[in-house]
Design a protein around this ligand. Structure first.
Ligand code: FES
Length: 128
């Protein structure tokens, strides 16, 4: 797998996450510290900023659970928005049609390398 081209965050042992399990990580951007999470899903590993596009607040309220296996969705604990695990698209809730900020992933053995260097997702529907 290709190495990330920008600043990246190493997530040690991420390859051993169980399906449906997520792990948070911190990253810096423009001098500020933010949080993201990596999720292992049946379709693969996916990493996103821990920020709901509705209010730009933590999805998990600090509980560390991001994925509901019965709904097969990432969810926001604030108002219940649901997101597709593979794309971050909000399929239901107050931010329907918007996306979580998704990060590219690389691997170094069992460690994930999450590229967080730049804002990677601005969907046209996010600009309205
Ligand atoms: S803050 Fe996520 S749905 Fe309202």
């Amino acid at each position: 797998m290709p190495e990330p081209s920008g600043p990246s965050v190493r997530i040690p042992g991420a390859a051993s996450l169980a399906q449906g399990e997520a792990r948070t990580f911190s990253f810096s951007r423009a001098g500020k510290t933010y949080e993201g999470f990596i999720l292992r899903h049946r379709l693969g590993f996916f990493a996103y900023a821990n920020a709901c596009p509705h209010w730009n607040v933590d999805l998990d309220l600090g509980f560390g659970d991001f994925y509901d296996p019965e709904l097969d969705a990432i969810f926001c604990r604030n108002h219940g928005a649901l997101f597709r695990p593979d794309t971050g698209l909000c399929s239901a809730g107050p931010c329907a049609g918007l996306y979580l900020e998704k990060f590219e992933l690389g691997w170094d053995g069992g460690d994930a390398l999450v590229e967080v260097g730049s804002l990677t997702l601005i969907g046209a529907e996010n600009l309205g």
